[in-house]
Design a protein around this ligand. Sequence first.
Ligand SMILES: [Zn+2]
Length: 361
Amino acid sequence: MEGVQMHRVLIGTVVAWCVTLPRPATAQQREPLSVGEVTAAPGAAASGYLRVPPAAGDNGTDIPITVVHGPQPGPVVAIVAGVHGSEYPPMLAVQVLRRHLVPRELRGSVILVHCANPPSFFARTVYYGPLDRQNLNRVFPGAADGSVSYRIADALIREVVSPADVLVDVHGGDANEALTSYAAIMLTGDTARDARTRLLGNALGFPRLIENKLPVPIPTPARYLTRAAAAMGKTSLAIESGELGRRDIQYVQPIVDGLLNLLRAASILPGRPTAYSQRQRYASNETVASPVTGVLWPRLRLGERVVKGDTLAVVTDWFGQQAAVILSPNDGVVMYQAVTPPISAGETVAAVGVPLPGDAR
Ligand SMILES: [Zn+2]
């Protein structure tokens, strides 16, 4: 956070958001909102499960969700935690957020996914699901007849993303990763949608913002949840907060605060949103993978500035002999890095954020 000046100013962006989204005719005509078998009446919240039935030799899973349905029409925001089951602050933050949402105050609706990947959560796995060894955030949009990760992805796309106008996918560093918190927005070149996406991305309030310009058309399969949502025409954002299997409030509270401010900026919650005029903006987050399997020795610290070719980490064999040197792929800032010793060939060692021109600091 060093060197970051955060100025809070009020903004008049609420009206701009309101006029860009269609609003159904009257409150009297408002129907209940159902997600899977969970149905919330207007002005009420309901919690339950999105069922992923047994198939393909596994027992399936039940995804815990909450539907908060305002009495007045407005945008639908889907907030997904726990795609990676050992990233805990997002899941804790969504529990806290649920307590903050008063259904009768909402103009619109919020769909909360408390944990998208219960098999990974309970098996405490990093990256991969325990049943099919798939990374859930590489298999979107999923498949109804696939292994459990594919079926989870399919259920989320059909039931959670489809009815939403806005998708926020909330992650953190996985249990082996140190991470400096940031938000990310998915830009597709659609001027109006990109403006809304920037507005909501700024409202999240994280001092670092990655502005991902997605290739258009978005390649299929999209693989990532945020890309799949963007390909469906949704306003798509991500949060990264938390690291190393920790659950500290310092990682949880910014997620809660950011999501509440996003809901104000989308005019779903009453009150004027706070805007943050100073962001460290990045054009991309370039990951670098290990070419070998071995024992990882990080050489740089999180948040440190690097230039292309700087040594990020060294991988040794079991006996301490150097097997690979991992170099920074570009000038930038170390946004996250694997810090626990195990590393397999092809796994990410670090990600280096590339500052937007004029945003370097
Ligand atoms: Zn993740």
